[in-house]
Ligand binder design. Structure first.
Ligand code: ZN
Length: 135
């Protein structure tokens, strides 16, 4: 089973907590025991699991990425958004999450974040569920 989450980002860089939507996709797929893959179909965005309790944590992550990969190059890519492409590579396009008893097995403080690096844009995130429920 697969589901698509559509996200309209409103800022140039932005973290969007998509934990609830991913859990809903797991429930819609009737997945009880298995794995859920969350995949971002873009080259200037990413997905990560990190702390969802304190918004300052993701703020720090974005700020650290900005220090590591400044927007102004020099870069070879002429579109002018190389920093966003590089951040996408560093953070990654997918995460795998274990599912047990129909629930994402996230830790107490963990959430799933879509990470926008070149918005605002309309974005697509795929949620693919793989079952272990073999009869
Ligand atoms: Zn580009």
């Amino acid at each position: 089973m697969s589901a698509t989450i559509t996200i309209e980002t409103s800022d140039h860089t932005q973290g969007v907590d998509i934990t609830r939507q991913v859990q809903e996709a797991v429930e819609a797929a009737c997945l009880s025991d298995g794995v859920c893959v969350v995949y971002v179909t873009h080259t200037t965005a990413a997905v990560a699991v990190n702390e969802a309790a304190d918004p300052a944590v993701m703020e720090d992550v974005f700020a650290a990425l900005d220090r590591l990969v400044p927007w102004d190059g020099p870069y070879a890519h002429k579109e002018g958004n190389s920093a966003a492409h590089i951040k996408s590579v560093l953070v990654g396009s997918s995460v795998h999450l274990p599912v047990y008893d129909g629930r994402l097995q996230l830790g107490t403080w963990q959430g799933i974040f879509f990470m926008e690096f070149d918005g605002p844009r309309r974005r697509r995130v795929l949620v693919k569920t793989v079952t272990n429920d073999w009869e």
